[in-house]
Design a protein around this ligand. Structure first.
Ligand code: GLN
Length: 496
């Protein structure tokens, strides 16, 4: 029999297998993780909402299916935490913003539907930087999430709640979204693995949009094989998302991932190993590169000359798209609406009403982005800013196309530093923006990329390495990451 106390160390694959074989009941699994959330989350604060009743109800249904001898899905009984910008029917979805307070999702995001089809258990909604804008989860309108490795430090962002929940095993798996690094950077800072799929490989239907040409939903997990499994479940073409790719992976090899790195050509882009990099981070990533060489990878130096334009390009394109996407939130039906508060609004013009509602509903970072984006798109400046940024975006993409003629994957640090202290970067937005300097280019170019642990700082904070691949090369990326992971011993987060 399975020692239930040990469940936190089980992979998602093991849990599903044991539920299928009736060595564990889905209900025991759900209760175990719900209890863990109850015990640990008051310290970590990864969840905005937890679904104990719904989770137990879904678990019971899976156990009934198993006992009737019916087939169950790939994620049978596996709890999954969902970032709160992804819709789950009948539950509140706020994007950690006051403006969406009280908004109950009328339908499931396509990824959520797929999780349900595979018998996963939706355990709760996780915290994020408001509308996924940020790198530390300090921009949540509700509360910051703490890094489970060191509660004085940030978990990264914007998917900080998802990364923290997976790191201290309040859920074996989670979904995040990555517009400029929001899966990979918190994965690095929390010592877990996170994948940003190729643009279009996972449906965005039911993801509340931040910057539509960059946003991508993706998985977070504690090991690479679990990451591949969750990607397999959520990936694939979706007719409800017009940007979803027809040839997106439905590869069964993802569900039984094999390590494979020997003979792979891995490039180290010079521009990602600059003096801005924390010394301990640089050393850990260089050590990891040597390990991969020992495993049979062929390393070479490469150059992506337009890298230095990536952050400024992103901070024109992402806010421009955000200013358009967020124009729909008027505070009339949800949020801190003046109408709702029973105030006498008859004397207000419609414009004043919107201004009041949006003024109250959005936090400072979101307002900053809306203003930046509106300015960049305004008629006199459109060519000078937005037009120019689009040209730079093309150059960045072409850099990658050129290097991928000669190498299979790229290896870089995920973030320039390990987890920083609360408040360390909040007074200087530019400093915060630079935490994503190494992840942003992949979004601008539509590539796939992942982050996985490769060491710790002297102070015990996890360090992540990033692997990038050409569009739709997730399988190769995951196989290489798996091979590296197997060669490297990683002590999981001690919080329990
Ligand atoms: N930190 C970046 C930003 O603030 C990226 C966010 C994201 O990927 N959602 O925009």
């Amino acid at each position: 029999m399975t020692d239930i106390g040990n469940l936190a160390r089980h992979s998602a694959r093991e849990i599903a297998e044991k539920v299928r074989r009736r060595e564990l009941s889905a209900l025991e699994v759900a209760r175990f993780f719900l209890e863990r959330i109850q015990r640990l989350d008051p310290r970590v604060k990864a969840f905005l909402r937890v679904f104990p009743k719904e989770a137990e109800g879904a678990a019971k249904k899976i156990d009934e299916k198993v006992s009737r001898g019916e087939p169950v899905g790939r994620l049978a009984g596996v709890p999954v935490a969902i970032k709160d910008n992804i819709l789950v029917e009948g539950t509140e979805t706020t994007c950690a913003s006051k403006i969406l307070e009280g908004f109950v999702a009328p339908y499931d995001a396509s990824v959520v539907q797929k999780l349900k089809q595979e018998d996963a258990i939706l355990i709760g909604k996780t915290n994020l930087d408001e509308f996924a804008m940020g790198s530390s989860t300090e921009n949540s309108a509700y509360f910051p999430t703490r890094n489970p490795w060191d509660l004085r430090r940030v978990p990264g962002g914007s998917s900080g709640g998802s990364a923290a929940a997976v790191a201290c095993r309040m859920a074996p798996l989670a979904l995040g979204s990555d517009t400029g690094g929001s899966i990979r950077q918190p994965a690095a800072l929390c010592g877990v693995v996170g994948l940003k799929p190729t643009y279009g490989a996972v449906s965005r239907y039911g993801l509340i949009a931040f910057a539509s040409s960059l946003d991508q939903i993706g998985p977070l997990a504690n090991d690479v094989a679990d990451l591949a499994l969750l990607f397999r479940v959520i990936g694939g073409h979706d007719p409800k998302d017009s940007t979803s790719l027809a040839g997106a992976p439905a590869d069964e090899e993802l569900t039984r991932l094999k390590p494979q790195i020997s003979g792979l050509r891995i490039g180290l882009p010079r521009e990602y190993f600059t003096t801005d990099l924390d010394r301990e981070v640089a050393q850990a990533v260089e050590r990891a590169a040597k390990n991969m060489e020992k495993l049979g990878a062929r390393l070479s130096q490469v150059s992506l000359p337009h890298t230095r334009y990536a952050v400024s390009t992103y901070y024109l394109i992402a806010p421009s798209e955000a200013s358009a996407n967020l124009a729909r939130f008027d505070g009339i039906r949800y949020g801190p609406s003046l109408l709702k508060n029973g105030k006498d609004t008859a004397s207000l013009s419609l414009e004043t009403l919107y201004e009041e509602n949006r003024g109250r509903g959005f936090g400072p970072e979101v307002k900053r982005r809306i203003m930046l984006g509106t300015y960049a798109l305004s008629s006199g400046y459109y060519q000078a800013y937005y037009g120019q940024a689009q040209k730079a975006r093309t150059l960045i993409r072409q850099d990658f196309e050129a290097v991928f003629q000669n190498v299979d994957l790229l290896l870089t640090p995920t973030a320039p530093t390990a987890a920083f202290l609360f408040g360390e970067k909040t007074s200087n937005p530019l400093q915060m923006y630079l935490s994503d300097a190494l992840t942003i280019p992949a979004n601008l170019a539509g590539l796939c990329g992942l982050s996985l642990p490769c060491g710790k700082t002297g102070a015990g904070a996890p360090i992540g390495l990033q692997l990038l691949g050409p569009p739709l090369q997730e399988l190769r990326l995951l196989q290489a990451a798996f091979a590296y992971q197997e060669s490297f011993s990683w002590e999981p987060c001690p919080l329990s």
